[in-house]
Design a protein around this ligand. Structure first.
Ligand SMILES: Cc1cc2nc3c(=O)[nH]c(=O)nc-3n(C[C@H](O)[C@H](O)[C@H](O)COP(=O)(O)OP(=O)(O)OC[C@H]3O[C@@H](n4cnc5c(N)ncnc54)[C@H](O)[C@@H]3O)c2cc1C
Length: 580
């Protein structure tokens, strides 16, 4: 976080005169009930309250202020930025300014077909006016197409955030989408943008969040950190304000136009994870992602959706079991002499498939055995991959330093050590063990893979056949300086035979997430819907705290922030009456 990003206007500064409405006596928490208006005292009054401080709430706040609204931003953590501040900051946006400058026509019909197909493969119908989707779901995706580039243009025009096209390092080409291969995807590369300050590393998200905060500070917008919104205040069915806990006190803030939530997912709420997710062992979201909006909006009758979805990634299981708030997911698995197998020693997925989709392979259920055979996967590799790509997570730069790396001088020694590790964590996994014939089956899988690697073709999972596989492999399998191993001489860059001799290595991988992305349902204006399907007046949501318009799909790099900032923009415009 930059110095400016860190510098918050705290509650004391605010009361001392940061341009707020009359500060009145604080009402005791017990006096306030969700769904009920207290005409008594408000501590502050504004037009729009934005809750959270990441891509969604930050963009909403900036947009509302740019249209002349009075705004307050409330953040429950001591620093602003949320998971956005930790992220790469990349935003996936259709038809953006770089395309338009370059004369690339990212046509609405094609982009809609790509997104609708990827989000709803079970419903997609190219001949239907809504491409086979429920009208409301179609409109959510349509509003994303129609407003994403406008949001980016607006942030640039008002000098809040500058963007540039995200190019993959090492190849210096526009990044391919996560399903670049779908036939409807006519602009399969280049939709990802990144903040022009910082890069697609963690600096990018830091820079994005800090630029939003800096712009708001310049406009004297009160930003209250350590201020957790706990409930909504209603009057005649309309949201007219919030109650928040701040410095041990309850604060009531009136919102004359709207309350816009951008409070992140629930990846760190183990109760909700237990209720809604098959398995989610760990997440790299910031600790503020506890799903507060689900109970807050639920208390005023919001309809919930997609509570079982997430922006998924595999995680190193033993790391996540130590602390489920992990630093990084195993996003793009590094290495070429590397495969994944399940407890039966079978490859079950293209190891180079994007993190969101690859992780979903963990949830296949076997009704004959009454189990999830892929609940855990074993990432197997040799000295070549570890040495050549060491330092590319989860490969350690120094193998002695990784407590989760399992090793063995031979395959059987490695498998015995994996079995020991599994026994040690059996109470956390439902007792997953390697199948009796794991060794023989895995050796068969390795022999088969080695043949595929030499031929350059993976007929089972088409590893390396798509642009995504190759370009993201290059990005995440950076060659370690001083590696003793040479370049891959085989025809498919992503595949190299595993060595005939050990040592060999493994990680135990399991399903995790960047964050979840289900919650209250919204319409295409960003308004939260009631259980009856009508908008709840005055209440909006964007980003990971709402049921994601993309459902299970992660369209490309920046797929989460693109949606979050666009719906923050849409919600703010609608709330202040600026948009159709
Ligand atoms: C390492 C990493 C890299 C990533 N890289 C990318 C990337 O490059 N591109 C991309 O699209 N996605 C990326 N992601 C995912 C992305 O960061 C998130 O999906 C996105 O930032 C979520 O934005 P948001 O505005 O919805 O929520 P957040 O940024 O999480 O903000 C929510 C905020 O709300 C606050 N909050 C919660 N409850 C309350 C409450 N009751 N009262 C007040 N405040 C509250 C939280 O403390 C938090 O600050 C990455 C994630 C990680 C971990």
């Amino acid at each position: 976080m930059s110095e400016l990003g860190k510098k918050q206007i705290n509650r004391r500064d605010m009361i001392a005169g940061a341009g707020l409405a009359t500060a009145a006596a604080v009402i005791p928490a017990a006096a306030a009930q969700a769904g009920e208006s207290k005409k008594a005292h408000w501590d502050h009054e504004t037009d729009v309250i934005c809750v959270g401080s990441g891509a969604a709430a930050g963009t909403a706040a900036v947009t509302a202020v740019s249209h002349g609204a009075k705004v307050m931003l409330l953040e429950k953590m001591p620093i602003t930025g949320g998971t956005t501040g930790k992220s790469g900051g990349v935003a996936w946006i259709c038809n953006h300014f770089v395309f338009r400058e370059q004369g690339i026509d990212d046509k609405k019909a094609d982009a809609m077909a790509y997104m609708c197909h990827y989000s709803y493969p079970q419903r997609f119908d190219p001949n239907s006016p809504t491409l086979g989707l429920e009208e409301a779901d179609y409109k959510l995706i349509e509003a994303f197409y129609d407003n994403g580039y406008k949001a980016i243009d607006h942030l640039q025009e008002i000098d809040a955030v500058k963007w540039k096209q995200f190019r993959l390092f090492f190849v210096d080409e526009p990044a391919p989408d996560y399903a670049d291969h779908l036939p409807e995807n006519k602009t399969p590369t280049g939709r990802a943008l990144e903040p022009s300050v910082g890069s697609g590393s963690s600096e990018g998200g830091n820079s994005f969040a800090a630029q939003l905060a800096e712009w708001l500070e310049k406009k004297n917008v009160p930003i209250l950190t350590d201020t957790r919104v706990t409930q909504l205040v209603m009057e005649n069915g309309r949201v007219i304000g919030v109650e928040a806990e701040s410095e041990g006190k309850t604060v009531r803030i009136k919102a004359n136009k709207a309350v816009i939530f951008g409070t992140g997912g629930y990846a760190h709420n183990t109760h909700l994870i237990g209720l809604h997710q098959t398995a989610l062992y760990g997440a790299c979201a910031m600790p503020g992602s506890t799903g507060d909006f689900i109970s807050i909006a639920g208390a005023v009758g919001a309809q919930m959706g997609s509570l079982d979805t997430a922006w998924r990634t595999q995680v190193v299981l033993e790391e996540a079991l130590q602390n489920r708030a992990i630093g990084l997911g195993a996003f793009v698995l590094p290495g070429d002499s590397m495969i994944l197998v399940n407890k039966y020693g079978k490859r079950v997925v293209n190891e180079k498939r994007c993190y969101n989709d690859r992780t979903r392979a963990h949830f296949v259920y076997d009704p004959s055995r009454d189990e999830y055979p892929n609940q855990l996967m074993f990432m197997l590799f040799d000295e070549r991959s570890l040495d050549r790509f060491g330092g590319a997570f989860p490969f350690p730069a120094d193998k002695a330093a990784s407590e989760w790396l399992v090793s063995g001088e031979s395959w059987d020694a490695l498998f015995a050590n994996v079995a020991k590790r599994l026994a040690a964590i059996e109470s956390k996994t439902g007792g997953v063990r390697l199948a009796e014939d794991f060794s023989a089956a895995t050796k068969d899988s390795i022999a088969q893979y080695n043949g595929y690697a030499k031929a350059g073709k993976d007929p089972d999972f088409e590893r390396g056949a798509r642009l995504y596989d190759v370009q993201w492999h290059k990005l995440f399998s950076a060659v370690r300086e001083g590696s003793a191993f040479g370049a891959n001489p085989y025809p498919n860059l992503t595949m190299h035979p595993l060595a005939d001799k050990g040592p060999y290595y493994a990680f135990i991988l399991a399903a995790g997430a960047l964050d979840t992305n289900g919650g209250p349902r919204i319409n295409h204006h960003g308004q939260v819907l009631s259980t009856g399907g009508e908008p709840i007046p005055g209440l909006y949501g964007a980003g990971n705290c709402i049921a994601s318009p993309s459902r299970n799909a992660y369209y490309g790099a920046g797929g989460t922030i693109g949606l979050a900032l666009t719906y923050g923009y849409i919600a703010a415009n609608h709330a202040v009456g600026e948009i159709a």
